[in-house]
Design a protein around this ligand. Structure first.
Ligand SMILES: Nc1ncnc2c1ncn2[C@@H]1O[C@H](COP(=O)(O)OP(=O)(O)OP(=O)(O)O)[C@@H](O)[C@H]1O
Length: 700
């Protein structure tokens, strides 16, 4: 069967006699048993549950936490999805793969080839500014994007919903196209034009544009637990936490305030200190030691620190401290809310995580944090906002949408935070971010404080960032910019395309029940591998941009709680996610860029804990990564296989030897002529032996 046939096979799976009974309810119910899912378009989503407008006290109290539940309960409606089993099970992969409930080895060549040429998944291996994985990120909510940055999207395979049971059984059903799968612009959401007007009708207006009649997104995420124990639940720092103190830190820019060595030196208010203690933080991480005083001093900041080293608290704590000091102005139940702080991140799960951190640190204060993101009911986002919003955590698309609907005003914005800032400013999100800073009412960069955080900062992005930052911004580099976390033991093994599954199963069987994230390059492949692993009786779930938001959250929940110890993921889960006890990351496919690799393996080895990353290197497709891989490995003091070195030095990589190597490495603040540069270790002492950062030129 050729590739085309395989495609057809996926789109129209044979209904197999081995199709299992579809267990609908397990996947259609919210935490309280209600169904959180889509319904046929209703007249007004914003009206489908009266908003409670009572008992809001302004100061001295944490925000009420009971409304989300109620809203969810009132507005959830019965799912109308037709259940269809078949795909991914039994013979539904037809001749190519599954047969008698087994995936047959050696009969998969078409799949592998097909998925690597899968334009739906944006498989172009780009260097430099990356369009990679764009499909996997929260690109907002509109039906189409302007600027032609993104390929068209076929409502094909993604319509096949995958349900993976912990016991190894696998279900698939197909849902209608445009069902709000997450990642790209959805089918029924909108794009804000440069003028701030909506180019298409949004969900709130019926989600229809021209002939398109897409179902509305009605998913309302279950509210997070509200008891104090859950809010402050945290995992332990690892044995290497104290080693953070030896990492060299470089601060560049004029008049940087000195680092602090303890939380006490930050002079935060008592409530914040209590929350910090309840969160289990006793000692600052390097990025916190430097960033907190810089932000408290009112300076703009670009901060780069290794994955899992506490960047979130590094910006949240000083912003909150300022808000507590200055007081907040937004009042509840105004139709237009004017937050003091906007935090943007590229994926829904990440922004939700940041929100939970903001909620934790603002516990017991008058500051109210709100999260809004795509794939969820628009009316739900509005209801969250009108209850009062001081810190708005948002994905870019939903943010622009809500601004366009005039539910959020920007006049009061004092802090703009871009987490995963290099991603937020690259070709994927950069245009959206530019729109954001030029929105009517948004204070100019001189009037607001802008904070950019990431573990990777390509030079090009640093240059672009100038548009967002005051010219005297400070740059903090903890260790090697773009370097991998040294607590992750990295192994690269050569595995050809056709041996990958076999090798994966072998490794997973050795790993046993330890939590493992398996990264693949395409959404289709994520479905496929997850299904395959389930058939191998390895409890697996998956997360990618074609899954509905409800499914994505369910998958993450199942992985977090250990119900499914294996999570197959695309780039959508590469950045920022902080999941306890992820001991292994496996790159079944290497990503297209080295930055992506650094982020992916950073899902393990967090906060001083150790982890392992195993990457399958296929010389047929991954040679362009050999050089940067060798560098990342050696910088992190990992063994570099001789064969990899050989490939690295025999492979010509365009641009690698030049200074404009795209996103390969950026070691320092790209402002070449800064003064006042100081290099210190994280105990705060100057070091005359700071390592000269390896730059492009020194590489070859
Ligand atoms: N000072 C601290 N003491 C103890 N735990 C901390 C401290 N700072 C952060 N943590 C914890 O470390 C974990 C990782 O933090 P965080 O998610 O902010 O890392 P990050 O640097 O943003 O990572 P990534 O680059 O992957 O986004 C979180 O669980 C967080 O609560």
């Amino acid at each position: 069967m050729g590739d085309e046939d395989w495609e057809a096979e996926i789109i129209k799976p044979h209904v197999s006699s081995c199709v299992p009974v579809f267990e609908k309810d397990r996947y259609s119910s919210g935490a309280n048993g209600d169904t959180f899912n889509r319904t046929p378009a209703s007249s007004s989503e914003m009206d489908d549950g009266p908003v409670r407008r009572d008992h809001f006290m302004r100061s001295g109290f944490a925000a009420e936490r009971s409304l989300g539940n109620r809203d969810a309960g009132e507005s959830n409606k019965r799912e109308n999805t037709t259940t269809m089993g078949g795909f991914g099970v039994g013979k539904s992969f037809g001749n190519r793969g599954f047969s008698n409930n087994k995936f047959e080895e050696g009969d998969s060549s078409g799949f592998w080839r097909e998925s690597h040429n899968d334009c739906e998944d944006n498989q172009t291996r780009t260097r430099g500014f990356s369009k990679r994985g764009d499909s996997e990120y929260e690109h907002g909510e509109g039906t189409q994007r302007t600027g032609g940055l993104f390929g068209s999207r076929r409502p094909t395979l993604g319509g096949a919903e995958q349900c993976l049971k912990g016991n190894g059984d696998t279900y698939q059903r197909r849902s209608g196209s445009g069902s709000g799968r997450g990642g790209y612009k959805g089918f029924n959401e909108e794009v804000i034009t440069g003028s701030g007007k909506n180019s298409l009708k949004s969900e709130t207006e019926g989600g229809e544009s021209g002939d398109t009649q897409a179902p509305k997104i009605t998913y309302i995420p279950p509210p997070p637990p509200e008891d104090e124990d859950s809010i402050f639940a945290h995992y332990q720092t690892g044995i290497n936490f104290d080693k953070y103190d030896t990492i060299l830190v470089e601060v560049s820019g004029h008049d940087a305030p000195p680092a602090i060595l303890t939380f006490e030196e930050a002079h935060l208010c008592q409530t914040l200190n209590n929350n910090i203690a309840k969160a289990g933080y006793t000692k600052l991480t390097p990025v916190q030691k430097y960033s907190i005083p810089i932000i408290l001093a009112g300076r703009d900041l670009m901060a780069c620190a290794q994955t899992g080293s506490g960047k979130t608290a590094a910006f949240l704590l000083p912003v909150l401290a300022h808000m507590m000091r200055d007081g907040i102005t937004a009042s509840r139940f105004k139709d237009l809310q004017e937050p003091e702080c906007i935090i943007v991140a590229p994926t829904r799960e990440l922004i939700n995580q940041i929100y939970l951190e903001a909620r934790k640190f603002s516990f017991g204060t008058c500051v109210r944090a709100v999260v809004i993101y795509g794939g969820t009911q628009f009316g739900h986002s509005v209801r969250q906002i009108v209850q009062g919003c001081n810190i708005l955590c948002a994905t870019p698309g939903r943010l622009m949408d809500i601004i366009g609907k005039e539910k959020i005003g920007l006049r009061q914005v004092k802090y703009l935070v871009l987490d995963e800032a290099d991603r937020m400013l690259d070709m994927g999100f950069g245009p959206e971010m530019k729109k954001l800073i030029s929105c009517p009412g948004m204070p100019s960069k001189e009037q607001r404080q802008t904070l950019l955080f990431s573990a990777t900062f390509p030079e090009e992005i640093q240059r672009l960032a100038g548009e967002f930052l005051k010219s005297d911004y400070l740059f903090v580099a903890v260790g090697q910019v773009g370097g991998a976390c040294k607590d992750v033991q990295q192994t690269i093994i050569q595995v050809g395309q056709y041996s990958k599954r076999e090798k994966l199963v072998e490794i997973l069987r050795n790993i046993g029940d330890e939590r493992t994230m398996v990264f693949v390059e395409t959404k289709k492949k994520a479905d496929f591998i997850a299904t395959f692993l389930c058939q191998e009786k390895i409890s697996t779930t998956s997360i990618h941009g074609d899954r509905e938001q409800r499914e994505r959250e369910q998958a993450l929940g199942d992985f977090r709680c250990g119900k499914c110890p294996v999570l197959v993921a695309t780039s959508v889960a590469a950045r920022g996610l902080d999941i306890e006890n992820v001991q292994h990351v496996i790159n079944l496919d290497l990503p297209s860029t080295i930055d992506e690799y650094v982020h992916r393996i950073g899902r393990t080895g967090r906060c001083g804990n150790t982890g392992r990353a195993i990457s399958f290197f296929d010389p047929e497709s991954d040679n362009h990564l050999a050089q940067p891989l060798v560098k990342v490995l050696s910088d992190a003091q990992q063994d570099v296989p001789a064969w990899l070195e050989e490939i690295a030095f025999s492979t010509y990589v365009p641009g690698f030897s030049g200074s404009a190597r795209g996103n390969v490495f950026s070691s320092v603040d790209t402002r070449k002529n800064y003064q006042g540069k100081s290099t210190l270790n994280t105990a705060g002492f100057s070091s005359s032996q700071a390592p000269i950062p390896v730059d492009d030129e020194s590489w070859d």
